[in-house]
Design a binder for this molecule. Structure first.
Ligand code: ADP
Ligand code: MG
Length: 255
């Protein structure tokens, strides 16, 4: 992938008061690239994407979106934290999908999709609604626009969550194990939506345990362990000829 870098992590360090959970991570995600982030439980995958979405503050290093520093701005030689409105604006350019779907239970599917565009992006209701219906159609759930989340299956709820993230017209999508909470028979329909997005050129970071999905949909696979990127490369290289013992051991237990 040789497009411009959309997301850049530079020496990112994060600790939750104890040992480093991210230990100086450097990573570039390029326009149109689909990056699968794999690694054992506790290796820092969720922390990495949560830091990129500014749900966690980093302790050192820097994260850039389209070259813009996230969370801080330069004042002379100092860095000062951005205010809440600026952080919200930056966050609005990144769509995030969690393991737990996190839909608003008291809102219909359509309202879940239009809330952000109306309140954060200031879109007109008619335009926001039309876009929401188009996205629901894309994830195969146009007929569910008036339903409440509790009346949907887990797979349907996760597809709504993806459509809701897309409603904000994000520059980048982050997925944190989007199928881990689903019954096995519902995994495929969600991965199909993610794969479809990938084919349409969306820039994405997907934390996943689905190695078959990573192998087929990802342009690049990044393996993390103990807060560090240990190995990365094209899927066929990472899965076919892992060069570190740690990745070999991980794959041995995951495949
Ligand atoms: P992964 O997603 O790869 O399983 P995480 O990023 O969730 O890893 O966690 C990395 C490490 O950070 C783990 O040791 C975990 O216990 C710790 N951790 C994650 N979130 C918190 C938190 N909010 N407070 C304290 N420790 C945390
Ligand atoms: Mg995690």
């Amino acid at each position: 992938m040789s497009g411009p870098a959309v997301l850049q992590l530079r020496g990112v360090v994060k600790a939750y008061g104890g040992p480093r959970v991210l230990d100086g991570v450097n990573l570039d995600v390029h326009e149109g690239e689909v990056l699968a982030l794999i690694g054992p439980s506790g290796s820092g995958k969720s922390t990495l994407v949560r830091c990129a979405h500014q749900l966690e503050a980093i302790d050192a290093g820097a994260i850039y979106l389209d070259g813009e520093l996230l969370g801080f701005r330069h004042r002379g030689t100092r860095l000062v934290p951005l205010g809440a409105a600026e952080v919200a604006r930056q966050r609005g350019r990144i769509g995030m999908v969690f393991q737990q779907f996190n839909l608003f239970p008291h809102m219909t599917v359509l309202e879940n999709l239009t809330l952000g565009p109306l309140s954060v992006r200031g879109e007109a209701r008619e335009a926001a609604t039309a876009h929401a219906v188009e996205l629901l159609d894309r994830v195969g759930l146009k007929a569910k626009a008036a339903a409440y989340p509790r009346h949907l299956s887990g797979g349907q709820q996760q597809r709504v969550a993806i459509a809701r993230a897309l409603a904000m017209r994000p520059r980048l999508m982050l997925f944190d194990e989007p199928t881990s909470a689903l019954d096995p028979e519902l995994v495929g329909e969600v991965l199909a939506v993610v794969t479809d997005l990938a084919k349409q050129g969306m820039t994405m970071v997907v934390v996943t345990h689905e190695m078959a999905f990573a192998r087929e949909a990802a342009h690049r696979v990044v393996f993390m362990e103990r807060g560090c990127i240990v190995e990365q490369g094209a899927a066929r290289q990472v899965f076919g000829a892992p060069s570190t013992e740690r990745l070999q051991a991980f794959l041995h237990h995951s495949l």
